[in-house]
Ligand binder design. Structure first.
Ligand SMILES: CC(C)(COP(=O)(O)OP(=O)(O)OC[C@H]1O[C@@H](n2cnc3c(N)ncnc32)[C@H](O)[C@@H]1OP(=O)(O)O)[C@@H](O)C(=O)NCCC(=O)NCCS
Length: 221
């Protein structure tokens, strides 16, 4: 089987429209609508990661705020194209986004995510990552609920919320640093397929990589 070669990198500011088109072209009931400004904020701060095959976006995932100046961020909007599902790309996106939060927002900001309980694939990955139920989420998590097409009369939100303990953030960053030592990650699926993911992320090089290593070793700031 041919080995696909893909590149993981932050979306560039001039790719905002292209990224939006990628989501519009791949509607999914588990991806909640979000104002374009929120996508742009994530892109502008280097926290919207894309996986590209040449110039084509084949997967994407971002880090969002619930509201300004809150000590919480939300990892959200992960979409992996059908043909490359089952290779563990959602975990790669988790790890790289967690590393970006440690560097850009700092280790004391709480990392959260939201998953619809009917989304078995995503729940499995979220649990494996070490997320724990966030039973009393802040009110701001529901700010986009009134507009949500999946809203039900029984629940404020169709998703359940999860928080990542800081030791799990260290594990995630540690795995990412180990996996990207050579600059690429090799992923396999159960059918024997292989994907090679070249990492072109500034956070995984030079001083930023050193800072991530410091976090893994217990430093905080
Ligand atoms: C959820 C999603 C991001 C998972 O991406 P992924 O990179 O395929 O995730 P993984 O490879 O880690 O797979 C997670 C589990 O689902 C299975 N899986 C997911 N999609 C699969 C597919 N199309 N074929 C085979 N297995 C699949 C994997 O085998 C794995 O289970 P396992 O641990 O028992 O092997 C992807 O299915 C997707 O984009 N879904 C639509 C949007 C969505 O739900 N986003 C998440 C919102 S919270």
């Amino acid at each position: 089987m041919q080995r696909a070669k893909l590149t993981l990198r932050p979306a560039r500011p001039d790719e905002a429209e292209k990224l939006l088109a990628f989501y519009k072209g791949n509607p999914d009931r588990f991806l909640l609508p979000r104002p374009f400004d929120e996508f742009r904020t994530a892109i502008d701060r280097g926290q919207f990661f894309v996986l590209v095959d040449g110039e084509e976006i084949v997967a994407a995932s971002g880090v969002f705020d619930y509201a300004e100046n809150l000590p919480f961020v939300e990892l959200a909007e992960t979409f992996v194209s059908q043909s490359i599902r089952g290779f563990g790309l959602q975990s790669v996106f988790f790890n790289v986004r967690i590393a970006s939060v440690i560097l850009y927002q700092g280790p004391s900001v709480r990392i959260t995510t939201a998953v619809d309980s009917r989304n078995g694939h995503s729940l499995k990955t979220t649990d494996r990552q070490g997320f724990e139920p966030w039973t009393t989420p802040i009110a701001a998590v529901h700010s986009s609920c009134p507009k949500c097409p999946n809203k039900t009369p029984e629940r404020t939100c169709c998703c359940d919320f999860y928080l990542l303990p800081v030791n799990k953030a260290r594990d995630a960053v540690s795995s990412l640093l180990d996996e990207t030592m050579s600059g690429s990650i090799t992923l396999k699926n159960k059918g024997g397929g292989t994907i090679e993911v070249r990492c072109e992320c500034a956070i995984l090089a030079g001083e930023l990589r050193k800072a991530l290593r410091g976090f893994v070793d217990g430093e905080t700031w």
